[in-house]
Each structure stands twice: as structure tokens, then as C-alpha cells.
Write a new protein. Structure first.
Length: 528
């Protein structure tokens, strides 16, 4: 049906059901893409100075919009009316055919030409009066500034008189060996401690900028053999720390760890972030959601290269080891961007991943966190067709079964979408996340063939919530198999594979909370 046919049929239907003459119904706009038709109703018409002025009749005075909607729906035909909205406009049709629509300023009154002319004249007069008033006040201010005496600037240099302080001659006694001298730097304080001077303001340190409330305590008299390799000094590289860090906790120690949150936060900040500085692929920055969150080169996922273009093989994703150093147990990645959705599905197909875990909303606090990449029913992403087979709501998350088709080959994927993680916080309870992790892990084991395929996990940046989920999943398996857990070692291992995993001290604490809750569900053991 052409646009003219749509306009003609709709105008006739409206005229029939409103008892208006057909020539008083005017269509001003038809948008085929959205299926929108804009029309108005002529109340009266007259010509002044070769200009035809149409007085419009208010639409809501003619008929109730829901009534006319029902009548048009029941009329049948090829046109289906979905919604009707009122507008309030005047239309002025000029001899050259140009039409100007103006928002109504006059309510429902029928204004005469002399009233309109009077209003326009009064408005112009008011504008000129305000203009001349501003010019007059501005000129007076300039004249006053011109006659104001200008005082020449004077430069005064004050130099302090420095007097040397001469100390008396004496023997400097060493401090007693049994006395510990501790210097404490509190990252929450705006001042650094000083024994003899008033506090001086210092710059904000790295920990303070990142929101830590931990304190760093340095014991000056302890043996150098006891120095733990924290955010690494020269003697210990970040890689060496991440490879060797370990702190196995029994079930009882795990429960007790949450009693000293400050110690947990201090432990967290000692773990090197291990963020890479750059990626050696030209143009890869356009495919990163956040410019400082980059994939580590040694574990980076490579897509199939197209047309000898290295950029076509790039995706911001890393293989991550699982429990007992299982290679490529997970893939940690960012939320897809509008132009990387196809890359995401190419990765799912290439890796034959049985599960996708999504731990973010599409928008949080009016900020886009992830591009929608799951169709409502069916859609194609380059040569991969994705169809939603089923949707199962759970408490706090939703499970979808997806069927992927490429030519004659198919692949089934289960998609877990966790939607109850608050923005810039951690969940009030970990029970829903634990339920999802248990279901996802059991489904991954069931789907495993001779070659285990990686579970894809993503949030927005692919390091914070993603790191928490993977750390909790590994910790649950370790508690079941070994009756103990090494959260420090797990997070360090995750950061070797993808920098920044488990992004904040609060998230590190949340991992401990989640595993403590899970530990309570396990059968009691001797000594715990």
C-alpha cells in the first residue's frame, strides 16, 4: 500500500467516525518507518494579504481518542490503529506552499487578526525597550570604569633571615634493641604524622584515590627475612608475587577472617593489579569499553583473522585458569559494545562455550554498561543465527537456552543473567550468586565432552564482578574437594591471567562472605 493510499483510507475512516467533512481533515505528515500519520482538523479558513490562515479545531473537542481508536480498530481494512495522541498546533499555509507549525500560545480561544497584531507589536516594543535599557546601563558602567584611577602594581619581595642552629657536641646513642619503632601511614588522613612539626598536607596516595581505608604499618626493626612481598618492591616482581602468593584457610579460619575486615582489605591492597600498559595491535583501542582495562597478552583470546587484518582477530577477553590450574576453564571479557557484538558471538562459536554468565544490567544510573546482544526471539550476527529456545526466571537471575546455527551446524548455549548486583556496591547477600554459580558449574560439567570448553563470564569491564564470580566458583570447588580454601592464591592466579580481577577491597571481602555462607551448607568435618 502506497503512502497516498494510507493517507486517503485513514482520512476517510476518520471522517466517517467523527461526522466531519472530508475536506476539513488535513494530513501534515506521514512517516512510513514508524507508521505515524499526523493530521489536523480545520475549524475556519480565511485569506489575508494573499495568505491563507487556517484556524484549527482542537482534536479533543471532536471525539475521545480511545473511542475513535476502538471504532477505527473495528472498521477492519488494511490499516491498524495502535495509538492516538493529541497535538495542539496552528498551521499557516503560505502562497508558496511552505507550511509553518507553531505551538499554540492561545489556548482554545478564537483570536482575531487585530488581537494577534497587537500582541506582536507589544512584544517587539518590549524587546526594544529592554535592549536600550541594557545599552544605557552598560554605557554608564564603562564611563565609570574610564574615570576610575588606576593604581600601579607594586611588587614586594620579603626574604626571611635564616639563622643557623648549632647543635651541641655529644655522642649519639643508639636506640635500645628491644624497642620497636613503628611508623603508621593512614591513607584516610589528609595529613602525614610528624614528631616535631605541625602536620603538613600531603598529596593523595594511590590507595586513598582508590577508596581504601586500610593502614600501612612498617616495622623498622624486624629482620629483612620476614618482609612479605606486597605491592612489589624491587626485590620481588609483580609476577613473582602472583605466582607464589598463598594463604590456605581452614573452614574455621574462613569464618574468623570476616571478624577483621581491616586485615582483609590490607591483604587485598598488597596484591599487584597486573594491568598491561598497552596492546600491540593497531586500532584495538576502538574495541575496548574502558581505555585502561586491557587484556593481558599471554592469555588473550584470538578470533579467526579475516582478510589478513590483525584487528579482526582482536577481542578484549582472556582465558582464565580454574580449580587445580585447569587451563581455559573460563573466559573473562568485557560487556560487548555496539560494534563488537558480532565479535562476541564469533568468540562463542569458535570456543564452543556451553555457558555465558552475564553479571550486569544494560544500564546502571543512566550509564550504558553493556550492549544488548541477546535477541527477543531470533536474530543474525554476521553468519551466526541465534534463537531463544526458552526463558526460565530464577530468584535474582534468569536462564535462557539459546540455539546457535551456522550453515548446517548447530550449538546450544545456556545464558545466565544476574541482574541484582547494585552499582558500585556488593550484594547484600551472596545466596543468589551462589545458587547461580552452583547451577552454572554443574551445567558446565554436564556439557563437558572429552575436551572441556570454557565458560564465558562478563560484566561491564570484565574484571570486578567477573573476578568475584570466578573466585567464588573456584573457592566452592576447593571447599568441597579439600575442606579448605585459598582466596589469596586464587585472586593472585586470576590476576596473572587478566589484570585487576576482583577490583576492590569490598569485592574481596564479598568473596570471603560468599564462601563463608557456602561453607555453612557443607557437612561438618572434624576440627571445624
Amino acid at each position: 500500500m502506497t503512502g497516498l493510499e494510507v493517507i486517503e483510507q485513514l482520512s476517510m475512516a476518520v471522517a466517517k467516525h467523527t461526522s466531519l467533512e472530508l475536506n476539513t481533515i488535513k494530513v501534515t505528515k506521514y512517516e512510513p518507518s514508524s507508521g505515524t500519520v499526523k493530521m489536523f482538523f480545520v475549524y475556519s479558513a480565511r485569506r489575508e494579504n494573499n495568505t491563507e490562515i487556517l484556524r484549527l479545531r482542537p482534536a479533543n473537542d471532536i471525539v475521545d481518542r480511545w473511542t475513535i481508536k476502538k471504532r477505527l480498530e473495528n472498521a477492519g481494512g488494511a490499516i491498524k490503529v495502535i495509538d492516538i495522541q493529541y497535538g495542539d498546533e496552528f498551521s499557516f499555509l503560505y502562497p508558496n506552499g511552505r507550511k509553518v507549525n507553531v505551538k499554540s500560545l492561545f489556548g482554545g480561544k478564537d483570536w482575531e487578526a487585530w488581537q494577534l497584531a497587537t500582541l506582536i507589536s507589544a512584544s517587539l516594543f518590549a524587546m526594544f525597550f529592554i535592549f536600550f535599557l541594557i545599552m544605557f546601563i552598560g554605557g554608564t558602567h564603562i564611563i565609570k570604569n574610564k574615570v576610575r584611577p588606576v593604581e600601579e602594581p607594586r611588587h614586594v619581595v620579603v626574604q626571611p633571615v635564616l639563622r643557623p642552629i648549632v647543635a651541641g657536641v655529644g655522642v649519639i646513642q643508639p636506640l635500645p634493641e628491644n624497642r620497636d619503632h613503628v611508623v603508621t601511614v593512614d591513607t584516610d588522613s589528609e595529613h602525614a604524622p610528624s614528631p616535631s612539626r605541625s602536620p603538613m598536607r600531603r598529596g593523595r596516595g594511590l590507595l586513598e584515590r582508590r577508596g581504601s581505608n586500610a593502614s600501612l604499618t612498617l616495622d623498622l626493626n624486624r629482620s629483612q627475612e620476614n618482609i612479605h612481598c606486597g605491592t612489589p618492591p624491587k626485590e620481588c616482581s609483580a609476577e613473582e608475587f602472583l605466582q607464589s602468593a598463598s594463604k590456605r584457610l581452614t573452614r574455621r579460619q574462613l569464618r574468623s577472617a570476616l571478624k577483621d575486615v581491616k586485615a582483609l582489605h590490607t591483604e587485598f591492597w598488597e596484591i599487584p593489579m597486573n594491568h598491561p600498559e598497552k596492546v600491540e595491535i593497531a586500532g584495538s583501542g576502538t574495541k575496548n569499553r574502558y581505555k585502561t582495562i586491557l587484556p593481558n597478552e599471554g592469555t588473550r583470546v584470538h578470533l579467526f583473522e579475516k582478510n589478513d587484518d590483525p584487528l579482526s582477530s582482536y577481542i578484549n577477553a582472556n582465558y582464565v585458569r580454574g580449580y587445580r590450574e585447569e587451563e581455559k576453564a573460563y573466559i573473562a571479557t568485557q560487556g560487548p559494545l555496539p560494534h563488537t557484538v558480532n565479535d562476541f558471538w564469533q568468540m562463542v562459536w569458535k570456543e564452543k562455550s556451553p555457558l555465558i554468565v552475564m553479571i550486569t544490567k544494560l544500564k546502571e544510573k543512566m550509564k550504558v554498561k553493556c550492549e544488548p546482544y541477546i535477541p527477543d526471539y531470533q536474530d543474525c550476527y554476521e553468519d551466526i543465527e541465534v534463537t531463544v529456545i526458552s526463558v526460565i526466571p530464577r530468584e535474582g537471575y534468569t536462564v535462557r537456552e539459546l540455539l546457535l546455527r551456522r550453515g548446517n551446524e548447530t550449538h546450544t548455549v545456556h545464558h545466565f543473567w544476574y541482574t541484582t548486583w547494585p552499582d558500585h556496591k556488593t550484594p547484600a547477600t551472596a545466596k543468589q550468586l551462589l545458587s547461580m554459580a552452583l547451577e552454572a558449574e554443574s551445567m558446565r560439567l554436564e556439557a563437558s565432552t572429552e575436551v572441556k570448553r570454557p565458560m564465558i563470564v562478563h560484566c561491564s569491564a570484565g574484571i570486578g564482578r567477573t573476578g568475584c564470580f570466578i573466585a567464588v566458583s573456584i573457592g566452592m570447588q576447593q571447599l568441597i574437594e579439600e575442606n579448605c580454601v585459598d582466596i589469596l592464591g586464587t585472586v593472585s592466579s586470576l590476576r596473572l591471567d587478566r589484570g585487576g580481577m576482583v577490583q576492590t577491597a569490598e569485592q574481596y571481602e564479598f568473596v570471603h562472605q560468599a564462601l563463608s555462607i557456602f561453607e555453612l551448607s557443607l557437612p561438618a568435618s572434624n576440627g571445624d
